[in-house]
Design a protein around this ligand. Structure first.
Ligand code: PEP
Ligand code: MG
Length: 557
């Protein structure tokens, strides 16, 4: 059995399909056998077939994905590039080496052309890998095509890959890398896909092997006995049944109200939010709308994407986060000013918006328009706020756009420590425990091997949450949590005990959290919070809290 970290509950069972990413670089100086015409034909037809394949994929995908794939097809057909490949083959280079070298020259050109074109380098690399893979007769990199359901195994998945997964075909996914709070894990939850990350050895499982994946426990079993499959599936069903007993708004068993909100990345996640009883939206990750876009989407398109969400929650609260571009969510139209050795510590979130204030202004203008005639209670919030200057700048930008309800995310440890000062500048706080944990424990969210530190149960992280919640309460401001910590039923109760006023999470986590609250009193939540703060480490904090929340045992089978 392999063990990783379960990041999206549910059980998946089926044959393994592996995601191949890397294509070997053809050796330097590699020559063909002497037949220039045949070798040239081989190179040119691999480029043409790749272009055709990309166009066909674009037609299937539609929408913005199609624009990106069409642009890639144009790269594969670029006449200057084809001429360069011919010339190199003419000089003796093998087709693979000629393609590799010609693409490299093109690549340098893009890199040096600055901002917009530099952001297309990843697309060009993908085209090169596809052509080279074709010439070598190896699997083309990317999400494999299959007409029957499978378990996807990969070293890592980019958020852009994960967003394209078809939940009808992908039964579960397992990755060797990736932390529990990585955006890949978050997307898995939003798609309702069982997922395990940071699972050493998973990429050695052979293609076609049947794999049992438990997204709750993190257990991954190759070729399991049928009895085990039944047992694991029965437990998951029992957990879901216990969760389904609680309905209605979030509240503790003694009636303390804790509105339960959903995190979404776009309107297509609304049905799941509504089905799972979300009382509003606590985090609309707007950057997910634009991940694959070469330019800032125009005003009308933005208004439509915001209005669709507002319309789904008449009378409810909808918190829209302004673009959190940068780090693992680069946007082509918002490039960092220089290469960043540690992107998570670089230009991202509000920092990026302060560099590109027009982009923020256009987003706020679209939100202000969507807010007109809506029955929902729209609020905006900024990610990656560090200090009072940041908070005041964002509040002023929102007010200028005519949006009075501006809040900030608490993700940077100093913002939590100085929450008392920030509370006067904005209307509310929402704690992003994923980043708060990453920065407080100095552990990159993307690195699988650091999962011990990417744990919001770390008592030090809980101290920061308590500091922000207390400061907000003293200033009479709400303080929610919209990081993954809110999706853990036991930790959700602890957060409420620390003074958190709303919990927002991927929609599929809502029933379990609702049930955990309904099975606990506010006093029990507070005792659990006290016990967790007093614990020596994350594991003991969780155990101490669990002991004080006996009603939740049935949810943790
Ligand atoms: C967080 O950091 O906890 C958060 C909710 O934002 P994101 O996961 O999108 O960085
Ligand atoms: Mg964050």
């Amino acid at each position: 059995m392999l063990i990783g970290i379960g990041v999206s509950a549910g059980v998946g069972y089926g044959p393994v399909v592996r995601l191949t990413r890397s294509v070997p670089e053809p050796s330097e100086g590699e020559q063909h056998g002497g037949d220039i015409d045949t070798e040239t034909r081989r190179a040119v037809s691999a480029m043409e077939e790749t272009a055709r394949d990309l166009t066909a994929r674009g037609e299937r995908a539609g929408g913005h994905a199609q624009e990106v794939l069409n642009a890639q097809a144009l790269m594969a057909r670029d006449p200057a590039l084809t001429d360069d490949v011919r010339r190199r083959v003419g000089e003796g280079a093998s087709a693979t080496r000629a393609v590799f070298e010609a693409m490299d020259v093109y690549r340098e050109m893009l890199v040096n052309a600055g901002d917009y074109l530099a952001a297309r380098v990843a697309d060009l690399d993908d085209v090169r890998d596809r052509v080279v893979a074709r010439l070598l007769g190896v699997t083309v990199p990317g999400i494999p095509e299959s007409s029957t359901p499978f378990v996807l195994v990969a070293n890592d998945l980019a958020p852009a890959d994960t967003a394209l997964l078809d939940p009808e075909l992908v039964l579960a996914f397992v990755t060797e890398e990736g932390g529990p709070t990585s955006h890949t894990a978050i997307l898995a939850r939003s798609l309702g896909l069982p997922a395990v990350v940071a699972c050493p050895g998973c990429t050695e499982v052979r293609e076609g092997t049947r794999l049992l994946v438990d997204g709750m426990t993190g257990e991954v079993v190759p070729d399991p006995a049928p009895a085990l499959v039944e047992e694991v599936e029965a437990k998951a069903a029992a957990r879901a049944a216990a969760a389904a007993e609680s309905t209605g708004p979030g509240r503790t068993s003694d009636g303390h109200e804790v509105p339960l909100l959903a995190n979404i990345g776009g309107p297509k996640e609304l049905p799941a939010a509504l089905e799972n009883g979300a009382e509003g939206i606590g985090l609309y990750r707007t950057e997910f709308l634009f991940l694959d876009r070469p330019d800032v989407p125009d005003h009308e398109e933005q208004v439509a994407a915001y209005r669709a969400v507002l319309d789904a929650f008449p009378g409810g609260k909808v918190i829209v986060r302004t673009l959190d571009a940068g780090a693992d969510k680069p946007l082509a139209f918002l490039p960092p000013p220089a290469p960043e050795p540690n992107p998570a510590l670089g230009e991202r979130g509000l920092r990026m918006m302060r560099r590109f204030p027009d982009t923020l202004a256009s987003q706020l203008a679209a939100l202000a328009e969507a807010r007109r005639d809506t029955k929902a209670d729209l609020r905006v919030m900024a990610p990656m706020v560090t200090d009072l200057d940041d908070a005041e700048w964002f509040a002023a930008a929102s007010a200028d756009a005519g949006i009075p309800d501006a809040g900030i995310m608490i993700e940077v440890p100093v913002a939590a420590l100085r929450a008392r000062h920030l509370a006067g500048a904005v209307g509310f706080f929402s704690i992003g425990t994923n980043d708060l944990t990453q920065y407080a424990c100095a552990a990159d969210r993307e690195i699988g091997g650091l999962s011990r530190f990417q744990d919001s149960w770390q008592p030090g992280v809980l101290e920061l949450v308590a500091a922000a919640a207390t400061a907000a309460a003293e200033a009479g401001r709400p303080c929610g949590v919209c990081g993954e910590a809110a999706a853990d039923p036991i930790l959700g109760c602890v957060l409420v005990g620390l003074g958190i006023t709303t919990l927002s999470m991927g929609a599929t986590a809502l029933p379990l959290v609702r049930a955990a609250l309904a099975r606990s009193t506010l006093a029990q939540c507070r005792e659990a919070a006290e016990a967790a703060l007093a614990a020596r480490n994350a594991a003991e904090a969780k155990q101490a809290a669990r002991n004080r929340l006996p009603g939740t045992a049935a949810l943790e089978l």
